[in-house]
Design a protein around this ligand. Sequence first.
Ligand code: SF4
Length: 500
Amino acid sequence: MSALSHTALLVVGHGSTENPDSSKPYFDHAAAVRAQGIFAEVHLAFWKEEPSLREVLYQIDAQEIYVVPDFISEGYFTQEVIPRELELTGATTQVHGKTIHYCPPVGVHPTMTTILSQRVEQEAPEVPREETTLFVVGHGTALNDNTTRAVIDQANLLAKRFPEFAAVHATFMEQEMFIEDWDKHCETPYAVVVPFFIADGLHSYQDIPVLLGFEENEGLPASQKDIFRQNPYQIRGKTLYYTSAIGIEPAVGEVIIDQVHSFREQHAVTDPVPPTKGPSLAQRLADIVAGGVNHIGEIAILTDHEQAPYALCQYQDIAQQETLKVSRDPFEAHKIATLAADGHFRFTKGELSLKRGWLFLLENAEDLRQALDLFYPASFALWIAEQEGRLQIQNLRPKLQRQTGMYRYAHTISDEGAQKLIQKVCGPSNCCVKKILWALDENTPLVDSPANTWPGHLSGVDPQKTIPLYCREACNHFVSQARKAAKAEADAARVEKNPH
Ligand code: SF4
């Protein structure tokens, strides 16, 4: 038995509220690590998607957790956001009875230079290198100086590895040297641009092509575009090759594992924390299903299927199971839960829009837990925590106050505006089936409304036989709507003060 066989790995990604492709590499990396069977559990958490960093710990059975940020650089997210959200105070922290080791992000690992160079070799193999300028593009931010460090370091390492290129530049979307000005720094007839991002999401598919000049406006998400296969682009008097993001390489899974081993070596971690005592979440799920619980959200949990101990389907499909497409892989649940039937991105999984037409046949309680955690991230664990009196609720004001960037403005929304917004955004009539547990702040409860008094399960199901979906803190969709409402309030106040 290895020193890691009782531990959990938590991979942390950014995620997106707009782009369904942004989180795909993280799921791929987690799957690659899981396949190796090194850790007892492998989990994912996101800043912008579910489960959130504040909720994922409820999902983890293991007492000892290695956290690896699936981020490119040591910077704002890895040094400020993730430690704050997970309540980490150093390399190893005791949090709510668990031992959490905080490893460096994947982007600073030496293998990333190899992955970058593979991108160049695969996607622009024929360029005459002495006539080519290589651009590595990162995001860049004024929030933390270190955010740019990994991009600059990688550009320098690439320059050493490929001395035959005419020049190698570190460039950024939001700071000097701006990628938008690539042609001003390109003295050669050829250019190769490599996005130093984990995901082919919003930035590499939609923003950078506009900045480079070969797309006129931000277009469709990655899954609906074919941007990289059109290389090379003839633009601004140059021949330009644009590669996909580096995080889509399967080798990143190995980098994640290596970051854990490096952490253990560097911090001399030797004594494994004892394994979890008491029943696992999977065992508890098996017990409550055996006790008669048969629904969660829009899903029916069936125990009478002749081919498997557990079956799942969309509740409207119960009577037509023989016509459904069967899967036996619980991780397929992520694909079904991502897009609604009309193709829109279900980034809030409480949304009443779960596709129909599928049937999961699951061999054991662990597979059942995995599938349900992908359909409704952390929901079963939050319910258990609530029953045991250890669920921490986050009220709206502190939630809005810890927003950053453009979302910081959301906290200026008035109490009245927030109460109205809940009625507009939440509740089943607005397509979210979750039960709200939070208040505006500790002195300001929510006013009664259909959205606020919703019980967290569909009408017509037996509440005693249903795992309720809890909204422990306002979701990112609500935050983005709060920002818009706050801006509208400020605009209205300006007009009232100065009508002309
Ligand atoms: S904030 Fe509202 S819309 Fe978002 S998850 Fe909670 S209940 Fe649903």
